[in-house]
Design a binder for this molecule. Structure first.
Ligand SMILES: *Cc1c(COP(=O)(O)O)cnc(C)c1O
Length: 525
């Protein structure tokens, strides 16, 4: 087909004299409101306001001495809820002053080496630069006519990531808001592929409740949530048992597929996890790929956490087999040190993205597909969409992939040392060593009060959080309460870990002593 060409035009002359429209009369709030819009007349104000905001954050980052203050929700709520939103302060400086109390003072700081709780990373500066640029330009990645070059940059990064995964020449994908959305979209595509053979609406209705998804017992809950959103049966997600390393058992997956088929059910996807949220375990991806290929089942790999291995100079092999997946979730905002949000869904066969395609006359009429106009909305669950890709782009252009991978390697190394430390400490019991950067463990009272272990671990976590000196996570393993370190900060040292262990032991020990003492003084009868 031929792409039409258009004449080059210049602006018509500006009308002069009586033809020129008189400027609007400035009254009331409007001129001040206009001055708050970013435009050619307000750039100085923009520079000052942003610089002031950056300066406040920089001062906090330079001076916070603990990852949190342990503020209670009620305490902050009284502050936040008494702000009168109908009475503006009129000035960015004043609003930032107020924000210091309402937010910055008690914020949780992921750059602090004793923040050890969830999969939150310290962020790299090139990405923050990207964030500042992308929000000011405010491109929207749904259509080319709202983004221009931004669309091409996103596409390059999708291609780059897909090449790192090894998905082959037909791969494609799209940036998403996070791993949960990526998993949802992957399962949407898998559901539609599973329904592709059924033609009549009645047959589809009959098939939907029989669809099943297999994932590991350690998989992410967004798989269950997605199944619900996709209208699958309440018991559609079957959790398959794991081995001692908390990796899905391939033989159990194979058995489950057979069992489902015998029961008249249809397995629409196997979700392998490359980095389970709690245990950092990586499912045997190559074996899962073999089973899925043999049975014709869609393989989705949730690498929300483990995607950092894609750039690891030493551990890329841990993802071997991922290149055979039909779809892959990556969360750059976890192991690529990017600010939230930054995530992507990748697919082996770009044609499968059509299941997310709808054409709207006003936005992306089908005609544009023939004209080869790259409208990313054709591949996305979202319409208006942030140019999150710019953050990764600037990160790669400034630092490069090896530097990112080295950062991730460092946290994995530190986590291995931390695991050694905990496993050698008689006060603690530790789960199997993570392949990534978590340490799951629990305080174990030795003398009297053994039965208080659950309470002691719950108490220690809360007491630690209330002190703000460190933040650790909690989870349950086989019905018992455990604590969890998630290391994503290269600044965290083994000394930090050791220090936090002492804090935990002292809180937990006090809990046990107090409760044993309470037991002894409790009148019998
Ligand atoms: C964090 C995580 C998700 C969810 O990602 P969000 O970006 O938080 O939505 C999905 N899967 C795994 C394994 C995760 O660790």
């Amino acid at each position: 087909m031929t792409v039409p060409t258009y004449p080059v035009e210049t602006d018509p002359p500006v009308p002069t004299g009586a033809q020129a429209a008189a400027p609007p009369v400035s009254t009331g709030v409007l001129p001040a409101a206009r001055a708050q819009l970013l435009h050619d007349g307000s750039v100085e104000q923009y520079r000052r306001a942003i610089a002031d905001g950056v300066d406040r954050v920089a001062r906090r980052v330079a001076t916070v001495d603990r990852p949190a203050t342990g503020v209670a929700p009620a305490e902050l709520a009284s502050l936040v809820n008494t702000v009168d939103l109908d009475r503006p302060l009129g000035d960015a400086g004043a609003a930032l002053d107020e924000l210091e109390d309402a937010y910055l003072r008690d914020a949780v700081w992921f750059h602090h080496p004793r923040y050890l709780a969830h999969l939150n990373c310290p962020v790299v500066i090139p990405a923050l630069l990207g964030e500042a640029v992308l929000s000011a330009v405010n491109s929207s990645l749904d259509t080319w006519d709202q983004s221009a070059g931004a669309t091409l940059i996103e596409r390059r990064l999708i291609d780059w990531t897909a090449a790192r995964v090894g998905l082959g020449p037909d791969a494609d994908g799209v940036f998403t808001s996070g791993g949960s959305q990526s998993n949802l979209q992957a399962l949407l595509l898998a559901r539609e592929e599973a329904c592709a053979a059924v033609i009549t609406p009645a047959a589809r209705l009959e098939l939907l409740p029989r669809l099943r998804v297999l994932t590991s017992a350690a998989g992410h809950f967004s798989v269950q949530k997605s199944a619900k959103l996709l209208g699958l049966a309440p018991d559609a997600v079957i959790t398959v048992p794991t081995d001692a390393q908390r990796r899905i058992r391939p033989a159990a997956v194979r058995d489950e597929i057979t069992r489902c088929r015998q029961a008249g059910l249809s397995v629409m996807a196997v979700v392998g996890t490359a980095g389970t949220t709690d245990f950092g375990s990586i499912d045997p991806l190559a074996e899962l790929a073999g089973i899925c290929a043999a049975t014709g089942v869609w393989l989705h790999v949730d690498a929300a956490y483990g995607c950092g291995l894609l750039v690891s100079p030493t551990r890329r092999h841990l993802l071997d087999g991922i290149e055979r997946a039909d779809s892959v979730t990556v969360d750059y905002h976890k192991s690529f040190f990017q600010p939230v949000s930054s995530s992507a869904l990748l697919v082996r066969d770009r044609r499968t993205l059509r299941h997310a395609t709808y054409h709207a006359d006003y936005l992306n009429p089908a005609r544009m597909v023939q004209q080869q106009i790259p409208n990313q909305v054709d591949k996305s669950l979202q319409t208006t969409r942030r140019f999150d890709a710019l953050k990764l782009w600037l990160t790669l252009r400034v630092m490069g992939p090896d530097a990112l991978g080295a950062l991730f390697d460092e946290v994995v190394d530190t986590a291995a040392e931390a695991w050694q430390l905990v496993s050698q400490d008689p006060r603690f019991a530790v789960e199997t060593r993570s392949q990534l950067s978590t340490v799951v463990f629990r305080y174990l009272p030795t003398g009297p009060g053994r039965e208080l272990a659950d309470g002691a671990n719950l108490y220690a976590r809360e007491a630690l959080a209330a002190s703000g000196l460190a933040v650790v996570a909690g989870t349950r393993v086989d019905g018992r309460h455990f604590l969890k370190f998630t290391l994503l900060n290269p600044a965290t040292t083994v000394d930090d870990v050791s220090h936090v262990l002492e804090l935990i032991a002292s809180h937990a020990g006090r809990y046990v002593r107090d409760n044993v003492a309470a037991d002894l003084t409790c009148p019998v009868g």
